[in-house]
Ligand binder design. Structure first.
Ligand code: HGY
Ligand code: MN
Ligand code: MN
Ligand code: MN
Length: 413
């Protein structure tokens, strides 16, 4: 008699609570930045849960964590499901963790029902998806799909930490996870994630079937002026990079998004050197996060950012350097995998809608080497990268049930 695998909702919600306690912030979010002590604790907990269930665990040189459940044909490339465990500095408890823990719950449900899939199934927690501590983001899936990581060795995080040192400590913190080369044949990839936008909740639709992800580009703008005394330096003697930065940011924020509803431009971080209250800054550095569904528009907006910065920098007799620290072209997902997710939703008599993701995801890089697609679930007010991020327990469980059905279908192919 074959048991029907079922998501254990109580177990899933309990796991979400347990992981939310790792790096918990007073306001109810999480601070579990990539390769931090908190990130290592979350990886350790997932690894221990996996070993307790008899799964095998691996990690690679960029600290992607893999949890493997064998299938009837061990020689076949695995189906991979998962997401990420690292978070924003003031992140939510569901961004990344929900997808990773729903994937682990799928493995447990198959194990409980003693269902042997044809293919091995691997749950993946991709390393450094967020990129907020160490840019660029999606480092784990980029390395897994062939990006040359040599230049990353010299990366210093926003907190001054060395990526190489933090990465080494993260790998060493999980000796039970056998080290294996980065990258391997994968038969397919499915990632469940919160929408991080308002449409599913607003339209009372429990499932989003993600067909594509828009492009993302990160710039780091450093404006050099001339440090000076706040009290004695008259206007005509000033070369103030802060004035140039503020003027450039204001011009960009009052033209780019108001004139193109599909564009997203965010200045998330700005810092001044020396950062003294009574010294005109020597330099000001700020970040620009650009998003757009069309590549040519992304190129045009980047050109606009460079032109506006040049003009405002000139006006203040300063100079500027602009470095691209991340470039993630958008892409469409695999129609076959999209269909598998739609069939899974239909088998559970769930309404769903096709949609494009405004946020980037590891699935975008994995889609370069395997048929990939994503499942979205609603989140309250579409809020994310915010400690108030929230998912209704019922929505989390529904998402996991769709992931289970889609995994069973994809792993039998
Ligand atoms: O920034 C992003 O799109 C992702 O949520 N890290
Ligand atoms: Mn995420
Ligand atoms: Mn995120
Ligand atoms: Mn993601």
């Amino acid at each position: 008699m074959t048991l029907v695998p079922e998501i254990n909702g109580e177990r899933l919600l309990g796991r979400l609570d347990a992981f939310a306690r790792i790096g918990a912030t007073p306001a109810g979010g999480v601070n579990r930045q990539a390769f931090s002590i908190e990130d290592r604790s979350a990886r350790r907990l997932l690894a221990q849960l996996a070993l307790m269930r008899g799964f095998t665990i691996f990690q690679d040189g960029i600290a992607n964590l893999f949890i493997r459940r064998e299938g009837s044909d061990a020689a076949l490339p695995p189906l991979m499901i998962g997401s990420h465990l690292d978070s924003q500095p003031t992140g939510g408890r569901f961004d990344g963790a929900l997808g990773t823990l729903c994937a682990f719950e799928v493995l447990e449900a198959l194990e409980d029902a003693m269902i042997e899939a044809r293919r091995p199934i691997e749950v993946v927690a991709w390393a450094n998806e967020e990129g907020s501590r160490f840019a660029p983001g999606v480092m784990g899936s980029m390395a897994f799909t062939g990006t040359d990581t040599a230049a990353w060795k010299s990366i210093v995080g926003v907190d001054g930490a060395s990526l190489a040192t933090e990465l080494e400590a993260t790998i060493a913190a999980l000796p039970e996870a056998r080290l294996r080369p980065t990258g391997m044949p994968v038969s397919g990839y499915i990632e469940l994630h919160i929408e991080q936008g308002p449409s599913l909740e607003k339209e009372l639709t429990p499932i989003g079937v993600v067909t594509a992800v828009q492009g993302t580009r990160w710039l780091e703008v450093c404006i050099e002026g001339s440090a000076g005394h706040a009290g004695t330096t008259g206007l005509s003697y000033r070369r103030d990079p802060m004035v140039a930065a503020i003027a450039a940011i204001h011009r960009l924020q009052t033209t780019i998004m108001p004139l193109d509803a599909s564009a997203r431009l965010t200045v998330g971080r700005i810092s001044a050197q020396p950062g003294s209250i009574n010294a005109i800054p020597q330099s000001v550095t700020f970040t620009v996060d650009l998003r757009h569904p069309q590549l040519e528009r992304l190129d045009a907006i980047e050109a606009e950012v460079r032109a506006v910065c040049a003009a405002e920098v000139d006006g203040q007799h300063c100079s500027a350097t602009i470095r691209r620290s991340f470039d993630m072209p958008g892409a469409a997902f695999c129609p076959d995998m999209i269909k598998i997710i739609e069939d899974a939703a239909e088998s559970l008599e769930l309404t769903y809608k096709r949609m494009i993701s405004g946020a980037f995801h590891d699935a975008l890089f994995i889609a370069r080497v395997a048929p990939a697609a994503m499942i979205f679930v609603p989140c309250r007010d579409g809020l994310s990268h915010n400690e108030a991020e929230y998912v209704e327990p019922a929505d989390a469980i529904i998402g996991a049930r769709v992931l289970l059905q889609a995994t069973i279908a994809a792993a039998s192919r």
